[in-house]
Design a protein around this ligand. Structure first.
Ligand code: HEC
Length: 693
């Protein structure tokens, strides 16, 4: 008897030695910043710090970091996601919200879950890019939000769909490309789409087990005649004028969700106005709550607690959708539970989470829309003519923002926040707009401001990685980066910061000084942030390689300059370790589009001008500003197809390339197509002339 007990005990010990602790991914696990093996949420843990406590790879030995293995992902295009790692299994999203589960030990794909976004979206596909920033994980289920607006729960072991809930009205141009968050047996998700129609922003919390809606919070008030949902909406409505609800208002939360376990709250980073131009949206002025703000809600009820608005009365697309990082700081000798936020508008905000009070707001670069933020009132002091009252006005930043969704990270050891920034001014104007009669578009792109019909300068190095001290309110180091649209960061206990670059290099820096200590050429533009995890006690670094996001889709030459042509360069998952010995197959060199010369095509300037409007409304969001493709879709200046009306009609009106992500525009007539032909040829001729100069 005694022997049997001992032997079964021994068996138990042997058993636990070969199997591994199973992590229950719940609130406790997600609040634990000390474990480093797993990466459990978009920002790693609830704090969203993207700080890995792993310290095997350090600033001193990182020169040995090498490719361990890789996975080819040929079916995918824009890879932006932050992969999650739970007990040696990685979960990530590729194109069109497809989820892949990968065994990190055997390097085998365990399952692929395809929510069939293109089919589900149908003609709404025109507002949907393929990109998705990642999944959430809670108690054995993986949650993915789909481009067409569903929130789906999938069994983490089998990849079988457990439930699927439509979170948006499919009659409206909502889309989702953000990662949901899990907390308290709930899953929360927002949406995007304000540039394509009259949208009212909101987030919804669903029951993690069943997909049933628990609460919804609207970020802007609806039509007063329909009655407000609660007193918060009535309060917000006092900051609007005119008939804003006809334009939707905006405020969509397409990114920027943080759960705070210290206060059981959700923080929303809210979106820009719909349309961007307040003169149209709210003609009598007003702050327009809760646009471009941080809004704190009770996590259980979704009830409003406090807000801080970064851009009252926004008019530039300066949304506050960027990540909000939770950090314990010591300010003036006192411990502060701080929220760190670097929205598009170019300021770095430190907010006391307990009260919602602004502690500091400082310019990361020389932004020109506001002179400073008045700390007494918490309000920005706008520069003269910031609202482009007198016509074309050059303003920094552009609608891409100083900091976009590209992940920033916080290292508690250095106390520094690492932020990828851009320094790109833009001309804003509403000259020629009928501000009174302007109507919201319906599944067409129109932000109520003139932009992007023309291309921007060809060569542009205007970005950097900044290490910012939130307590001392100053930049500690800065590394200038090539090009624009550099992706997000990871920081580690090994005194390291890793960030990919738009030119395809993945780079490691000392976290304290910014000295470059490691570099790897991935062969394609990077848009996703790296992560770190460990399996069997060994530390790895992982990143998805693939070029994508709104800058790539829309920005023209700014992103086209890197030469990551449509479907030319391989997409992969790369895994690095100190003992790596794998070799990456060579990638084709960067390829710049070569616009076709057609001397016998006589461009009619008036027809081309009509075409430019059609292009801006329907095509710019994928084929690029000025018809210069950043690599998301074929460059139409160098495609032979627009030369032939029949071929153009088949693709654009007939939708024969729908499955590949080219939606159908059934409403376009032959004369519309001819106008587009003239515009595309005009842009081709222009770029050939620019190249000759
Ligand atoms: C939602 C994104 C999106 C929008 C909006 C969009 N396209 Fe496309 N388009 C694509 C993608 C992706 C492809 C490549 C499909 C493939 O791989 O075959 C494509 C392919 C094409 C092609 C074929 C080019 C070639 O050389 O193969 C033409 C022509 C084209 N689009 C024209 C247009 C026009 C004109 C508009 C506006 C009326 C437009 N597209 C709007 C995504 C888009």
């Amino acid at each position: 008897m005694r022997l049997r007990i001992i032997s079964s005990l021994l068996c138990g010990i042997a058993f636990s030695a070969i199997t591994h602790a199973v992590t229950v991914v719940d609130g406790k696990a997600l609040a634990d910043d000390t474990q480093g093996a797993n990466w459990l949420s978009y920002g790693r843990t609830y704090s969203e710090q993207r700080y890995s406590p792993l310290r095997q790879v350090t600033a001193d030995n990182v020169s040995k970091l090498a490719l361990d293995w890789f996975l080819d992902l040929p079916a995918h295009k824009s890879l932006l996601a932050t992969p999650l790692v739970v007990d040696g299994v990685m979960y990530f999203t590729g194109s069109y919200s497809i989820v892949i589960a990968l065994d990190l030990k055997t390097q085998k794909v365990l399952w692929t879950y395809d929510p069939q976004v293109i089919e589900a979206a149908g003609d709404r596909g025109r507002v949907i890019w393929d990109s998705n920033r990642g999944v959430a994980y809670w108690k054995g289920k993986v949650y993915v939000a789909t481009g067409d607006g569903r929130l789906n729960a999938v069994d983490a072991k089998s990849g079988t769909e457990i439930w699927s809930t439509m979170t948006v009205d499919p009659a409206k141009p909502y889309f989702i490309n953000g990662a949901p968050r899990a907390f308290n047996d709930k899953i929360i998700i927002g949406n995007g789409g304000t540039e394509w129609g009259p949208l009212r922003g909101y987030v919804t919390a669903y029951d993690a087990a069943t997909g049933k809606q628990i609460w919804r919070f609207y970020t802007v008030p609806g039509n007063p005649a329909a009655g407000f949902e609660d007193e918060t909406q009535a309060m917000a409505a006092k900051t609007w004028t005119g008939e804003w609800w006809k334009h939707g208002g905006g405020g969509t939360v397409w990114n920027g969700l943080t759960y705070d376990p210290a206060f059981n709250r959700i923080y929303l980073g809210t979106g820009n106005g719909s349309p961007w131009n307040r003169k149209i949206r709210s003609p009598g002025g007003g702050d327009n709550l809760f646009l471009c703000a941080i809004v704190a809600l009770d996590a259980d009820t979704g009830k409003y607690l406090w807000h801080y608005q970064t851009v009252p009365g926004e008019s530039w697309d300066y949304n506050s959708n960027m990540d909000m990082v939770l950090a314990d700081l010591k300010i003036d000798g006192k411990p502060v539970k701080a929220l760190l936020h670097a929205p598009k508008n170019g300021f770095f905000y430190v907010i006391d989470r307990a009260t919602g009070k602004l502690i500091s707001a400082d310019k990361l670069i020389n932004v020109t829309w506001a002179t400073h933020v008045d700390l007494k009132t918490g309000r920005p002091v706008e520069a003269p003519n910031a609202r482009y009252e007198t016509g074309e006005t050059l303003i920094n930043p552009s609608a891409l923002g100083v900091h976009n969704w590209h992940a920033m990270s916080f290292n508690p050891q250095t106390g520094l926040t690492y932020i990828p920034i851009m320094d790109i001014p833009a001309i804003f104007t509403d000259k020629g707009f009928n501000l009174v009669k302007w109507e919201s578009p319906s599944f067409q792109f129109d932000p109520g401001v003139d932009l992007m019909r023309e291309d921007v300068p060809l060569k542009l190095d205007a970005s950097a990685l900044i290490a910012w001290d939130a307590v001392k309110k100053k930049k500690v180091w800065e590394v200038k980066l090539p090009g624009v649209w550099n992706p997000g960061t990871l920081t580690t206990a090994g005194n390291l910061v890793f960030e990919g670059r738009a030119d395809g290099m993945l780079v490691g820096y000392r976290a304290d000084t910014g000295k470059e200590v490691w570099k790897f050429n991935t062969g394609v533009g990077l848009s996703a942030p790296p992560i770190s995890y460990s399996v069997d006690g060994k530390q790895y670094l992982a990143i998805l390689t693939g070029w994508g996001g709104a800058g790539v889709s829309m920005a023209g030459s700014i992103t086209a300059q890197h030469g990551w042509g449509y479907r030319v360069h391989p997409r992969r998952l790369l895994i690095f370790s100190l003992e790596g010995g794998a070799v990456l197959p060579p990638s084709p060199p960067p390829q710049m589009a070569k616009p076709l010369i057609k001397d016998d095509f006589k461009v009619d300037p008036l027809v081309a001008e009509q075409g430019s409007h059609l292009f801006l409304k329907n095509c710019v969001t994928c084929h690029g500003g000025g018809a210069v493709s950043g690599g998301y879709a074929p460059d139409l200046r160098s495609s032979p197809i627009p030369l032939f009306l029949d071929g153009l009609r088949e693709i654009v009106v007939g939708g024969v390339r729908k499955k590949a992500g080219m939606p159908a525009f059934r409403e376009l007539t032959d004369s519309d197509l001819v106008a587009l032909q003239h515009y595309i040829r005009r842009q081709a001729n222009k770029s050939i002339e620019t190249a000759k100069r």
